[in-house]
Design a protein around this ligand. Structure first.
Ligand SMILES: NC(=O)c1ccc[n+]([C@@H]2O[C@H](COP(=O)([O-])OP(=O)(O)OC[C@H]3O[C@@H](n4cnc5c(N)ncnc54)[C@H](O)[C@@H]3O)[C@@H](O)[C@H]2O)c1
Length: 497
């Protein structure tokens, strides 16, 4: 029978998890059970939340060696086969009930829900001492990214964002080439994706009857309630601002990772976005975002300087101009996108996931291997790197390849792109204070006008557009996007100091 989130009150959830958290103090089961770590042969008890799509791939990657003890999904039609294939795991509709009932026996949680519910599941899991593997983009907002980063450090749990390319050879090589000074200093980077490959630029659809097998209330989770339509879930939630992060959020965690890591970025200082028609609810068909990062401290072993750098993003079919010397006829799109690093000595180009880096000069660099290598990174190796980290003692743990200490700040870059696009109506370069998580040049009187829906009629060949709009206070709109107000029944742990 479908379970309603109302059956589990906020009080019972917080009450029980609070007790468990207090009982565990800050330590996960794995720490309590032994000398601070598990033998690699000990199996983890893993729960998976969001199993109908990518969650099933993550599950299969760890199932061979670990115990899958609980599965949670809000759509038992879409996830039917995954539940059926894992009869040993206790099935749930509501991750809060799962934590309440099985908190003590779960060591680690994989989160592969729609973007807007990653943070609330992961943060409450970490508060209970659970290791977490969270799909990309790590979170839906800047505040949530910062929170997950700090909770991971506070509770000393093993973490991994699901940008599996970060464990793959292309990212390793791109980082090594950059940091070995092969292209000199980088002041400009351009990147793009060929997404969206799901519908975007749409008006809000009319409500439909909710299928028997879906708990819409639980899908909505921390977001604002809206009438169900099959356009939202499964999968196509990506294009709806309340649930997804558009093409940029979907792909930038794969494509920009070698940029963030290779150039040692932290918080941007400026952001600017533009797009095709911007609607209140649905992401635009194509976007362009420019983020500016300040000069970074160069370490003694760096063979390049780290001056201020501009990172320019394109999606929806837009691509950066081909640089002079680009091989005629060569498709820039390599596996869903590409990156061009403009160096003072050369240009480095790589595909999605840092795939197959090459230099525009066609020189073939031979550089020392400084990055840790992961076997079968894209075929379960990334997940198993996290499993390995879960079993190591926090004091000596080798961080997984996309540990939240890096993935958190990196994800802030990705969600900053969404902010830049949604605030484009301010018609200015936005200035960002990363430490404080606030724009410093949006005034209390600034307004943004957004289009609610895009309609037209043609009368005698003359198109008449009808685009009702909404004017919002820009500071309030920005604050809400930086830190969402959660719907009743869903809350985050406090931000650690
Ligand atoms: N790393 C990758 O290559 C990769 C590929 C695809 C998707 N993803 C990411 O994985 C996540 C899921 O994407 P997808 O394509 O699998 O989407 P999907 O819609 O196909 O699957 C999501 C599943 O989560 C369930 N779900 C949604 N909200 C839930 C909740 N609150 N509690 C429990 N279950 C819930 C849905 O019913 C569905 O079964 C996204 O963050 C996406 O960006 C990553």
């Amino acid at each position: 029978m479908k379970e309603n989130s109302k059956n589990i009150t906020r009080r019972s959830f917080i009450g029980t998890t609070g007790t468990i958290a207090a009982g565990l103090t800050i330590l996960p089961n794995s720490v309590i059970s032994g000398l601070g770590h598990r033998a690699p042969s000990d199996k983890l008890n893993i729960a998976v939340v969001g199993i109908g799509g990518m969650g099933n791939s993550n599950l299969r990657a760890v199932k061979g060696t670990e115990n899958i003890v609980a599965l949670c999904d809000v759509d038992w039609g879409y996830s039917k086969e995954v539940f059926a294939a894992n009869p040993e795991a206790k099935p749930y509709w509501d991750w809060r009930k799962m934590y309440d009932e099985m908190g003590k026996s779960i060591d680690a949680v994989i989160v592969a829900t729609a973007d807007h519910s990653h943070a609330v599941v992961a943060a409450n899991g970490m508060k209970m001492g659970k290791h977490v593997y969270v799909q990309k983009p790590l979170t839906h907002s800047v505040y949530e990214s910062r929170l997950l980063t700090k909770l991971a450090a506070k509770y000393k749990v093993a973490t991994q964002m699901g940008n599996q390319g970060s464990s793959d050879e292309g990212v390793n090589q791109t980082i090594e080439w950059l940091q070995n000074g092969e292209i000199g200093d980088v002041r400009k980077v351009e990147a793009f994706t060929d997404r969206p490959i799901w519908p975007q630029g749409l008006n809000v659809p009319k409500g439909e009857w909710v299928p028997e097998t879906l708990n819409w209330d639980l899908f909505i989770g921390p977001a604002k309630m809206r009438p169900y339509n099959s356009l939202y879930t499964p999968w196509n939630w990506r294009g709806w601002w309340d649930f997804g992060t558009g093409a940029l959020g979907d792909m930038a965690c794969h494509i920009l990772h070698p940029v963030f890591k290779g150039l040692k970025l932290q918080y941007p200082i400026k952001a600017q976005g533009s797009s095709t028609l911007l609607l209140t609810d649905c992401a635009p068909n194509a976007q362009m975002v420019t983020l500016v990062y300040p000069e970074r401290v160069t370490s003694k072993k760096d063979k390049m300087k780290l001056p201020q750098v501009e990172v320019i993003w394109y999606d929806g079919g837009l691509q950066p101009p081909k640089p002079t010397g680009w091989p005629a006829g060569k498709n820039m799109n390599d596996g869903g996108g590409a990156v061009i690093f403009h160096g003072t000595k050369d240009k480095l180009i790589c595909g999605c996931y840092g795939k197959d880096p090459w230099l525009l000069s066609d020189r073939k660099p031979v550089v020392p291997k400084t990055e840790r290598r992961i076997e079968n990174a894209m075929r379960g190796g990334h997940e198993m790197d996290w499993v390995r980290a879960c079993k190591e003692s926090p004091e000596t743990r080798v961080k997984s390849k996309s540990d939240f200490s890096e993935a958190g700040p990196f994800n802030e870059m990705v969600v900053m792109g969404v902010l830049a696009v949604r605030l484009q109506g301010l018609n200015k370069e936005l200035e960002w204070n990363g430490e404080k998580m606030e724009f410093t040049n949006i005034g209390p009187e600034d307004k943004v006008r957004l289009t609610i829906s895009d309609n037209f009629t043609i009368i005698d060949g003359d198109p008449k557009f009808n685009r009702p709009n909404l004017t919002l206070n820009a500071q309030e709109f920005a604050s809400e996007m930086i830190k969402h107000t959660y719907r009743q029944g869903f809350s985050l742990p406090d931000m650690p100091a």
